[in-house]
Design a protein around this ligand. Structure first.
Ligand code: NI
Length: 401
């Protein structure tokens, strides 16, 4: 492993971004080749740990088995900030034909977390070189298990990674946004992703004698249809909500009416009161429809991550950072997304901003959505992400703001 400390650092870490980029690309591709899914990031964490230990000035520790924390103390006293990268991959078989494609069958970095990790390794490298300029402390948080509820962020918060932290920043490479743009959303940015499971219990029998059965498939179909009324008729149209049934499993063959049907799905909201009301809204429909047709049911509702809500003052400050660093054209208006993110766990402890860094490129066919077997990023986004986090860290650790 090469040590990247240059003998005489340039005046600003920002001036070093371009020179470091090839290394960031190497890190990202190395991670891309060796994906590990949530809570199993053993080799990934080892690689991050080893890489961080080649950077002079970092205090490296392991809050959990598959996460890594590095702290950098600036030369001058000041606040403590946290920068978060998520490190896990997804259980997807990669369909891209690239030299650095996944070497693990059934696992793939299909959300860009390989890029997030490489960017924050680059950030640690740059800021460590310029420790003399920094007032305060940076904690680089390499978090496991973003993709699988209950997520890794809660565990790291419980381990104390946010203790004494006054601000937290993070980013997501984002293929729906073109490379060269950055989206910052003030306030609610990503939804709370809750889940539900429902079993409809009827009475099975011969398909030729439906009147002697209580058909859970026919009843389940009514439940799915009636659930559409929640969003369209029970919720204020100005309040964003998603209610999707994503699994409907029942039956084994042509001539048997099964005795039960399994439904599962997701509910996504921003508003806390609306979120609290959703389990009862679901239950009323499931209970009403099943009882009307003589069936019974079980229903469980699981709360997922909290919504990501970006701090207004910090967002305004980082908008200025983007404009100053890249020019006014880079900052693009962006609407909230109904996707979920456990970055929200850190925001319970300190004001935080989660940014979206454009990684798509239509001309080069980099258009596939996140979590798709052909998901890709335009690697120029790595440089933009690194430059953004560097400028943001400097803003928070060198200015008096
Ligand atoms: Ni992601």
């Amino acid at each position: 492993m090469t040590t990247l400390l240059s003998p005489s650092p340039s005046p600003s870490p920002l001036a070093d971004v371009d020179a470091l980029l090839p290394q960031v690309v190497v890190w990202r591709r190395r991670l891309h080749r060796h994906p590990e899914v949530a809570f199993q990031e053993v080799e990934t964490a080892r690689f991050i740990d080893e890489t961080l230990r080649t950077i002079p000035g970092l205090h490296v520790s392991r809050p959990t088995r598959t996460s890594v924390l590095a702290a950098l103390d600036g030369a001058l006293p000041g606040p403590t900030i946290a920068v978060r990268a998520d490190i896990d991959a997804l259980p997807i078989r990669e369909e891209n034909d690239v030299a650095y494609r996944s070497q693990v069958d059934g696992a793939m970095h299909a959300c860009g977390h390989d890029g997030h990790t490489a960017i924050v390794l680059g950030l640690a490298t740059l800021l460590a070189r310029h420790r003399d300029r920094l007032r305060g402390t940076v904690r680089f948080v390499f978090q496991h298990a973003e993709e699988l509820s209950p997520g890794g962020a809660e565990e790291l918060v419980a381990q104390g990674v946010m203790e004494g932290v006054s601000q937290v920043i993070g980013l997501h490479l984002w293929s729906p946004l073109p490379v060269g743009t950055i989206g910052l959303i003030c306030g609610p940015a990503m939804a709370a992703p809750d889940t539900f499971e429902c079993t409809i219990i009827g009475q099975g029998g011969h398909a030729a004698a439906p009147h002697q059965t209580v058909d859970p498939i026919a009843i389940g179909a009514q439940v799915v249809t009636a659930l559409q009324q929640v969003v369209s008729r029970r919720v204020d149209p100005l309040d964003p909500v998603v209610l999707s049934v994503t699994q409907f499993i029942a039956g084994t063959t042509f001539n048997v009416i099964p005795s039960s049907a399994y439904l599962a799905g997701t509910v996504r909201t921003f508003d806390p009161a609306l979120r609290d009301s959703m389990p009862a809204q679901l239950e009323r429909i499931v209970a009403g429809v099943t009882s009307a047709f003589g069936a019974t049911y079980t229903l469980t509702y699981e709360r997922g991550y909290r919504p990501v809500v970006n701090d207004a003052a910090l967002t305004a400050r980082l908008e200025q950072v983007v404009t100053r660093t890249f020019g006014a054209d880079t900052l693009v208006p962006m609407r909230p997304t109904m996707g979920g993110e456990d970055f929200s766990a850190y925001q319970q402890k300190a004001p935080g901003v989660f940014a979206f860094v454009g990684a798509g490129n239509e001309a080069e066919g980099i258009t596939f959505p996140h979590h798709h077997p052909r998901f890709q990023i335009d690697e120029r986004s790595l440089g933009i992400g690194l430059r953004y986090l560097t400028a943001a860290s400097l803003e928070l650790l060198t200015s008096d703001g």
